[in-house]
Structures are given as structure tokens and as C-alpha cells.
Design a protein around this ligand. Structure first.
Ligand code: ATP
Length: 306
């Protein structure tokens, strides 16, 4: 071990596509999703600590409020899993500097788990491949492998089987955040309720969307954004429809609820357009805050060793 600690920087994500298959016998839905990693980051520090201290966690940053500080925190779960699996020292101090919204459909908890996995691989020089780290991550949550991978990728299965996708260009996002999160499980449950009696096809990748990404065509991408959980998220949180309307009225290239929501992601053409929409959303009274981000960015990576 050359260092006492490392810092991993991990991005949040938006789902450019989220198609949801029928409810399976195991209680899960098969999904096909296209992720894009965007420039909102959690910084995850892992450092060795005094013998007997065990795993400790300390959380700060803009979105720290309400994040659990016990063993239910995904970062702690990731540390316990890695310690067990690779027989690592049991005393570890984790620090999370959070910028990714909590319970916002942007994979905040998954990002922190990914940061711990990549951080411990580096700290203890385990030499794990990205694939190995992604499979460890998949046991913790469906979005963890993508948080490790970053960029643009297709997720199948539960969204945890990741294939990087060919994508060109850089995209500007305006994100409308809600003060209160939505629990992923409740949104899936509402989705099942709304679909009762309907026959649901197996999900597949949207060809127009992939074509837009290959061409780096933001306008075409805006038109292809799709989230089959959106009706359920809007049903549980009707104000989201108003948020989507503001984006439409102000000429967003496209707008979509990210993942299970309630964050709404708007694709815009340039900085000026982003500014107009930010002002309109902020003044609308239907969102708690608005942030800007761009994508695609890299997945979890080490930015500091000490
Ligand atoms: P996803 O997009 O992967 O469905 P999300 O972004 O909607 O997830 P998270 O931010 O991961 O949601 O938070 C979901 C819940 O997980 C929170 O309400 C919180 O109680 C719990 N949680 C556990 N660990 C963390 C963490 N490190 N950061 C944020 N939330 C965490």
C-alpha cells in the first residue's frame, strides 16, 4: 500500500432511454436503458484508519442532508463487501462529498458504492479489471456498474449488464430538481398498477436514439428521449407534468424524467439556451432548484492520492 488514502470522483447519470419489460416472476422487471454520465459528481475518499475503528463514514456537501450514516449506506455496504471478498484490512474511513441529488433518479447512492470499489482497488493495489469491479458492483445495485463505466452505455437485464455505446458529441443538460425524492420501488409499483391488464413487450434499444448518439445530433437525441417509468413518476408526483411543460414552452430539445425521478432532465442546444431555461424553471415555482451539467463524462476514477 503506497498511500494512506485515495479520492475517487464519480458522476451521476441520466437515462436517455428507460424501457421497462413486464413484471417477472422474481419480482423484478427486465429493462433496457441507455445511460449517459453527466458532470455532477460525488467525491468518495477511502483511507486506512486506526486498528479497531472498523468502517466509519462521514458525509458532507450540497446534497448530504438525509443520506444515511449507518450500515444501510451503499458506500458502507460496498466497503464491507470488498473487505470480505478481497480480505482487506477491516478499518476504513469513508468520506462522501455529495453533489448528486439524493433519491433523484441520478444514481447517487450507486455512485458512492462505485467510488468505494474503484477507490479500494487503487488503495490496496488489487489490480481488478473494470469488468471485475462492475460485477462486484452489480451485487450492490443495478446502477453501480454504469457508475464505474461512465460515458454512454446500454444497460440490460436489471440495467446492470453494461455495454459501452458508440456516441459522439457533448450534450448540455438543465436539471430540474425536486425537494423531495421518489423511492424507486414505489415508482415501479405504480408502473405495474398503471399497466394492469395490458400486455407489455420485452424492452429493446431504440434505434433512432442510437443513431442520434452515433451522429452526435442533439436535436434528434432530444426527440428520442424516452422513459417508460415517466407516467408512473408523474402519477405519483403530478407537479412533474408542469415541470415538463415549462421545458417544452422554453424550447428544450427534449425533456425526460431521469430514471425513477423526480429529477427532470432537459437537453438544450447551447449555453444561452441553458441560461434561459434555468431562469424560466427557477421562476416557475414548480422546482426546488435547477442545475446545469454536461455529458458524457468518464466513470469513477481516482483524482487524488495522499
Ligand atoms: P437510482 O437512480 O439508482 O434509482 P436514486 O438516485 O434515485 O437511485 P439514491 O440517491 O441512490 O437514489 O438514493 C436512494 C436512497 O438510498 C436514499 O433515499 C437513501 O436513503 C439511500 N442511500 C443509501 N446510500 C446512499 C448514498 N451513499 N447516497 C445517497 N443515498 C443513499
Amino acid at each position: 500500500m503506497r498511500y494512506n488514502g485515495v479520492v475517487a470522483r464519480v458522476p451521476g447519470k441520466v437515462n436517455l432511454q428507460l424501457s421497462v419489460g413486464p413484471l417477472g416472476a422474481d419480482g423484478f422487471h427486465e429493462v433496457t436503458t441507455v445511460f449517459q454520465a453527466i458532470s455532477l459528481f460525488d467525491d468518495v475518499t477511502v483511507a486506512s484508519s486506526k486498528a479497531g475503528d472498523g468502517v466509519s463514514i462521514n458525509i458532507f456537501g450540497q446534497t448530504a442532508s438525509g443520506v444515511p450514516i449507518d450500515n444501510t449506506n451503499l458506500a458502507v455496504k460496498a466497503a464491507q463487501l470488498m473487505i470480505e471478498k478481497y480480505d482487506l484490512p477491516k478499518d476504513l474511513a469513508i468520506k462522501l462529498k455529495k453533489e448528486i441529488p439524493v433519491a433523484g433518479g441520478m444514481a447517487g447512492g450507486s455512485a458512492d458504492a462505485a467510488g468505494v470499489i474503484v477507490g479500494l482497488d487503487s488503495l490496496y493495489e488489487l489490480g481488478l479489471s473494470r469488468d471485475e469491479m462492475e460485477s462486484v458492483g452489480a451485487t450492490l445495485g443495478a446502477d453501480v456498474p454504469f457508475s464505474i463505466c461512465g460515458g454512454v452505455a446500454i444497460g440490460t437485464g436489471r440495467g446492470d449488464q453494461i455495454t459501452p455505446a458508440l456516441a459522439k458529441g457533448s450534450y448540455n443538460w438543465v436539471l430540474a430538481l425536486s425537494g423531495q425524492g421518489l423511492a424507486t420501488q414505489s415508482v415501479y409499483k405504480e408502473c405495474d398498477r398503471l399497466r394492469e391488464g395490458l400486455s407489455i413487450a420485452l424492452p429493446s434499444v431504440s434505434e433512432p436514439l442510437m443513431q442520434a448518439l452515433r451522429a452526435g445530433d442533439a436535436k434528434a437525441l432530444g426527440k428520442s428521449l424516452i422513459n417508460e417509468l415517466q407516467p408512473a413518476a408523474c402519477s405519483l408526483r403530478p407537479a412533474l407534468r408542469l415541470v415538463l411543460d415549462v421545458g417544452n414552452d422554453y424550447g428544450a430539445l427534449g425533456g425526460v424524467v431521469s430514471g425513477s425521478g423526480p429529477t427532470v432532465a432537459f437537453l438544450v442546444s447551447d449555453d444561452e439556451h441553458a441560461m434561459d431555461l434555468t431562469v424560466a424553471l427557477s421562476g416557475s415555482g414548480v422546482v426546488s432548484s435547477v442545475v446545469r451539467a454536461s455529458g458524457a463524462v468518464a466513470g469513477a476514477r481516482i483524482v487524488e492520492s495522499f
